[in-house]
Design a protein around this ligand. Structure first.
Ligand code: AMP
Length: 513
């Protein structure tokens, strides 16, 4: 089926219900959204002469137009290429050229960054701003009927966040995105037309994926005035949009929300679900969150190559305190999602037994078709018919998966594998520690030695002997950091993921001096 059939259905069933909201003001009900989408689809095909399968990029901060372009692409049988608004011009250039995008839509803020790239990128015919007159004209065209697509036709080139190397375009099909949507209902949450999702994380990535189940059920997508994440604004929005709101957050955003002074007085009774994922959530932070906000957390583990759908920790699992392995479960990424098979493989693609650490692999209808224009990377990622995630992990006997860092982040010291996450979890138990990141530094005798970068909470002090003690009390001696670096902040990418590569480069540079 064409994904966009979900919007057509919502418009028939819930035409008068809010579809897109900016702050507290409704910008589009379902009837208007579906009309704009069908009209823009007609313009893309007829005025801009795009053919089914052509790529249309979306370089915008969160806004209603971003959703309109995305759904119009699907309606017209085109492939959307959403690009994070915070990227550098060079990164936009790379993605636009790599994807062979023909038309790029952008907003007023990014006009200067993206404008003119149609002169330098041969495949790119046009850059069109959604604040231009042309945009209004495109929406005034005759609506076109929904395009027939095959399930394996391309719908979304999802460029990976690139914590290492150049981003690759995971090619997601209509089948992948319908599967992602149905899996949301199976394991994450239910949605009614009264519910809303607040997009304070980029709609070009995970939060945008979760726009789909909301459209499928006639729920509304709420875009903060700021277009991004501001904890005080979030707290205000929760109260303003009745009917129960949810959001998808990266763990670092939850930590910022929990630390915000406005949370104390905020009325969060209208907050239904906090879905988190995209990076490790530390147990101490999660416990604090549950204590402060209650039974509202759902974790998902996914990646661009299998959008939002590998494993998950349900709402109930977050509060099953009587379970003998409750804390281990909180530190895990939960169990395989309903519609995927997940296994742990050794280097030769043999399945490993319970408890043994190897690479997490999966198969199912959410798994991408491959990397755009990159058969070598595709063959490597999909060997033996399983998607290789690059994440290391182990299952327990109940089928709960615990991630042990990406394979490249693992530290090998004295021939023993050390997983930074385990040390980070322990250091975060110190009440004055705000954030921490552990990496390996090349060492002549040991291969690598453990170094911890530590950010203290504002106005609080922490020193190396105290941190050493916490390690000695909780983990094997050889795992404890040989060095602590106290820093004001940690380098992060645009999704709030800590860039261990930058920390490693910093150390390498120091060594070279
Ligand atoms: P991306 O494709 O940019 O969304 O990045 C996906 C990667 O983020 C995964 O391969 C994991 O390394 C990491 N990740 C995603 N979800 C989680 C989670 N719940 N816990 C820990 N790491 C996660």
């Amino acid at each position: 089926m064409n994904l966009a059939a979900m919007l057509a259905r919502a418009s028939r069933l819930h035409g008068n219900r809010p579809a897109l909201v900016r702050g507290a003001a409704v910008t589009h009900d379902y009837r208007q959204l579906s009309q704009d989408v069908a009209a823009l689809a007609g313009s893309l095909r007829n005025s801009l002469n795009l053919a089914p399968g052509d790529r249309v990029a979306i370089a915008m901060a969160n806004c209603a137009e971003l959703a309109i372009v995305k759904w119009a692409c699907w309606h017209a049988g085109l492939c959307a290429v959403p690009i994070n608004a915070k990227l550098h011009r060079r990164e936009f250039e790379y993605i636009l050229a790599d994807s062979g995008t023909r038309v790029c839509f952008t907003d007023a803020k990014l006009e200067n960054t993206v404008g003119g790239l149609d002169d330098t990128i041969p495949s790119l015919d046009r850059v069109i701003s959604v604040s231009s007159r042309e945009w209004s004209a495109l929406l005034a065209a005759d609506p076109m009927p929904l395009t027939d697509v095959a399930p394996d036709d391309n719908a979304w080139l999802f460029y990976t966040s690139g914590t290492t190397g150049q981003p690759k375009g995971a090619t997601l099909t209509h089948r992948n995105l319908v599967a992602q949507t149905m899996n949301f209902f199976a394991d994450v949450d239910q949605v009614t037309p009264e519910n809303g999702i607040i997009h304070s994380a980029p709609m070009t990535h995970g939060s945008g994926c979760y726009g789909l189940p909301y459209v499928a059920k006639g729920g509304c997508q709420i875009i903060p005035e700021s277009g991004g994440f501001d904890p005080a604004e979030m707290l205000e929005l929760i109260g303003k949009n009745g009917g129960g709101v949810s959001f998808f957050f990266a763990p670092t955003m939850i930590v910022r929300l929990l630390a915000h002074p406005a949370l104390g007085d905020a009325d969060t009774s209208n907050l239904r679900t906090i879905i988190y994922g995209g990076g490790p959530m530390y147990v101490a932070d999660l416990q604090r969150g549950i204590e402060m906000l209650g039974q509202k957390f759902v974790q998902i583990y996914g990646q661009g190559e299998a959008p939002m759908t590998i494993t998950g920790l349900t709402r109930a699992m977050h509060v099953e305190t009587s379970h003998p392995r409750y804390l281990e479960r909180l530190g895990s990424v939960g169990a395989a999602r309903t519609d995927v098979e997940v296994k742990v493989f050794d280097q030769d693609d043999n399945e490993l037994p319970t408890g043994e650490i190897g690479e997490v692999v999966l198969r199912g209808d959410v798994v991408m078709k491959g990397y755009w224009n990159n058969p070598d990377a595709t063959a490597k990622a999909m060997s033996s018919g399983w998607l290789h995630t690059g994440d290391m992990g182990a299952f327990d006997e109940d089928g709960f998966l615990t991630l042990k860092d990406r394979s490249k982040d693992m530290i090998i010291s004295g021939g023993t594998n050390i997983y930074p996450r385990e040390i980070e979890e322990v250091l975060l138990r110190h009440t004055a520690v705000e954030e921490v990141s552990v990496i390996g530094k090349p060492h002549a005798d040991w291969g690598e030695e453990v170094i911890a970068f530590v950010v203290a909470k504002p106005g609080q002090d922490v020193d190396a002997p105290e941190l050493d003690q916490i390690c000695l009390d909780n983990i094997a001696r050889f795992k404890r950091p040989k060095q602590y670096r106290f820093v004001d902040s940690l380098p992060k990418n645009n999704y709030g993921k800590i860039l261990k590569t930058e920390l490693r480069t910093q150390i390498e540079k120091e060594d070279a001096q």
